[in-house]
Design a protein around this ligand. Structure first.
Ligand SMILES: C[S@@+](CC[C@H](N)C(=O)[O-])C[C@H]1O[C@@H](n2cnc3c(N)ncnc32)[C@H](O)[C@@H]1O
Length: 351
């Protein structure tokens, strides 16, 4: 067998069959998520905030078994959420910034959404959903499922980033309006509407969502001193009277919950609720074509909608444009939010 010259690396054999490593990596992904979720749930990262600790100290702090804690800490080290030197574990720059509870930068709530039992139950039944053509999860009403209440409570960090970006886009237009009445449809945390109210003193915001979800925003509205400019409207976005008219209607992360026919109904209702010159904001996953979702984020998200909704999915740019046009709206501009996988479409009524 030929030997490598000293100092030269072995060249990969182009004729060798591929190894199954990518398959194992993907199949292991769910276990990595479980490890991170447990670390967050058990407050492992909070236990290490004062500096390096042994597994025994962490176990005492989180009130867990020492051997099992060591196994978890080693696994967290294996996925780069902790470092280990000798018998001591410590936070990495990422976990120190994003996984210590109470910090402004805390991002651990993402696990309450991404690894929610409801989604994992849906993942378990994905093959059934593909056969059936939509969610097969049993629940009294899929739309009003308690998952949305937890989503509203845990999605604040995402909403803050999105709302800041939207406020920046709307700035000159919003301040040129004599009034700024905003309808935030399927508002979830309500933070989009509340943060726009904080940004634009003339804004009056109406938040619409299911009765169980509405109200999540109240503490934030007090903190932002906008509570007196926020109104709540509970009900189904597809049938509840909207009141109005409005200068701005927000559809943030909503259309992917519905099939095309319902999206057009919803967009038509949004368009009809606008004042002259008013705008609709659609923020959503909007992949522009087959090569514009390199990490598959939007396509995996579409699968999540398949497992938890009857007809929802991610729509690409052409589909969005067609649905907006069918509702009498045309896209004024499209914007890609930095550090976010979603896009923002600003649309106006076709006159
Ligand atoms: C993905 S969340 C988006 C929340 C918020 N707009 C945001 O971007 O953070 C979808 C929201 O739609 C609401 N929703 C879904 N179907 C609805 C319906 N038919 N009527 C009212 N709200 C609905 C859910 O309760 C949830 O708050």
């Amino acid at each position: 067998m030929p030997r490598n010259e000293p100092g030269t690396a072995a060249r990969p054999d182009a004729t060798a069959p591929p190894a199954p490593t990518p398959i194992l990596k993907i199949l292991n992904g769910v276990h990595k998520s479980a490890v991170l979720r447990a670390g967050i749930q058990l407050h492992v990262f909070d236990a290490l905030v004062t500096g390096p600790c042994t597994a025994r100290t962490v176990a005492l702090s989180i009130e867990a078994d020492e051997r099992a804690t060591r196994i978890l800490l080693d696994a967290l080290t294996g996925i780069d959420m902790l470092d280990r030197t000798g018998n001591e574990y410590r936070l990495t720059p990422v976990s120190e910034r994003y996984l210590v509870f109470g910090k402004d930068t805390y991002f651990g709530d993402a696990a309450r959404i991404q690894t929610h039992d409801y989604l994992w139950e849906g993942d378990r039944r994905l093959a059934d959903a593909v056969r059936a053509g939509g969610s097969v999860l049993a629940s009294e009403s899929k739309d009003e499922h308690p998952f949305w209440r937890e989503f509203a409570q845990a999605s604040g960090q995402f909403a803050v980033q999105g709302a800041r970006f939207t406020a920046g886009l709307l700035g000159p237009w919003a301040v040129s309006r004599p009034e700024l009445d905003i309808l935030d449809l399927a508002a979830g945390s309500g933070l989009y509407g509340c943060l726009l109210a904080a940004e634009f003193p003339a804004a009056r915001v109406t938040l619409l969502d299911w009765p169980d979800v509405l109200g999540t925003h109240r503490a934030a509205a007090q903190r932002l001193r906008v509570a007196d400019r926020v109104t709540e409207l509970s009900g189904d976005v597809l049938t509840a009277p909207y009141g109005g008219p409005y200068d701005l209607v927000l559809l943030n992360n909503v259309l992917h919950n519905f099939g095309e026919r319902r999206c057009v109904e919803l967009l038509t209702r949004a368009a009809e609720a606008l004042k002259p010159g008013g705008r609709v904001v659609v923020q959503d996953f909007v992949p522009g074509g087959p090569d514009t979702d390199p990490e598959g984020v939007a396509r995996i998200f579409s699968v999540l909608m398949l497992i938890i909704t009857a007809e929802g999915q991610v729509y690409d740019g052409d589909q969005m444009q067609d649905m907006l046009a069918a509702a009498g709206l045309s896209i004024v501009s499209r914007h890609e939010a930095p550090h976010m996988p979603t896009s923002v479409l600003l649309a106006e009524r076709v006159v």
